[in-house]
Design a protein around this ligand. Structure first.
Ligand code: B12
Length: 215
């Protein structure tokens, strides 16, 4: 679709104003916020990631693209959130220590909130002590961890070990995600679930809810 391709191109170019205009136009034409996010901005970020890995662009350019996508996603999110929030289960969510990537985590939070989950978002660079105290305080059904770098993946295992040490591991289901994670990695570190994107996370957690609450 022409509008989505144009949003993708503006994200790749790091054009913040044009990205926001593109999002408004696409939403105005009735394109769903989910498609605007996934097929417009996230598709653009994927290209930017490849360009960065290949040394074709540098950090400042990647940052501009990230800001453009973040701003555009915020506009699309407003459309999705209206009237759709009704807590059915609680999830504590955060990006693990050392990792500052949060665009994907925020989309996961949005998708789950729109399905009636209460999401306690701890933000980025979240250390195991913070996850533990949030689990104690909020008694969530699910704990979600995000990581975008191979260097920060080990932080997820540290959180699971800390949960076990605190005697809390059996009180909460643990799901991990983010581009370096995989089902194999999740099993290796003792997480309950892995999911590759926000859409499949929402679908998977619906099944988990049925399992744990009979909903
Ligand atoms: C945007 C971006 C940035 C932005 C982050 C802005 C922000 N607020 O998040 C900025 C410019 C700040 C940045 C910085 C850096 N980045 Co960066 N960044 C990216 C980029 C281009 C896109 C990430 C993104 O947002 N994707 C879009 C979202 C929607 O996708 P996602 O995060 O994967 O999320 C989806 C799924 O993974 C899943 N998911 C995510 N979280 C969770 C959680 C749960 C529980 C579940 C179930 C699912 C789930 O659902 C999400 C939605 O569908 C990626 C490349 C890429 N294509 O991934 C590199 C990338 C992640 N960055 C990289 C690097 C190296 C860095 C820096 C170290 C660069 C530097 N030299 O300083 C720093 C690190 C800073 C730090 N300490 O964290 C590398 C990591 C390489 C590696 N394998 O370790 C990548 C892969 C680029 C590359 N190809 O080299 N980055």
């Amino acid at each position: 679709m022409e509008e989505l391709k144009s949003i993708m191109d503006e994200v790749i170019a790091g054009n913040i104003v044009e990205t926001k205009e593109g999002v408004l136009q696409a939403l105005g034409k009735g394109i769903s916020p989910m498609d605007v996010i996934d097929k417009g901005m996230v598709a653009g970020l994927d290209v930017v990631g490849e360009q960065f890995a290949a040394g074709e662009i540098f950090l400042p350019e990647m940052m501009l693209s990230a800001i453009a996508a973040r701003e555009g996603i915020a506009i699309a999110m407003e459309g999705m959130q209206k009237g759709q929030y009704k807590p059915r289960a609680t999830m504590v969510l955060g990006t693990v220590k050392g990792d500052l990537h949060d665009i994907g985590k925020n989309i996961v939070a949005l998708f789950l909130r729109s399905r009636g989950f209460e999401v306690v978002d701890l933000g980025v660079d979240v250390h195991e002590e913070q996850f533990i105290s949030a689990v104690r305080e909020h008694k969530p059904d699910i704990l979600g961890m995000s990581c975008l770098m191979t260097a920060t993946m080990a932080g997820m295992k540290d959180v699971i070990s800390a949960l076990t040490e605190a005697g809390l591991r059996n009180t909460v289901k643990v799901i991990v995600g983010g581009c370096p994670a995989s089902q194999e990695f999740a099993s290796e570190i003792g997480a309950d679930y892995y999911s590759r994107d926000a859409g499949s996370t929402a679908a998977l957690l619906e099944e988990v809810l049925t399992e744990i609450k009979g909903q």
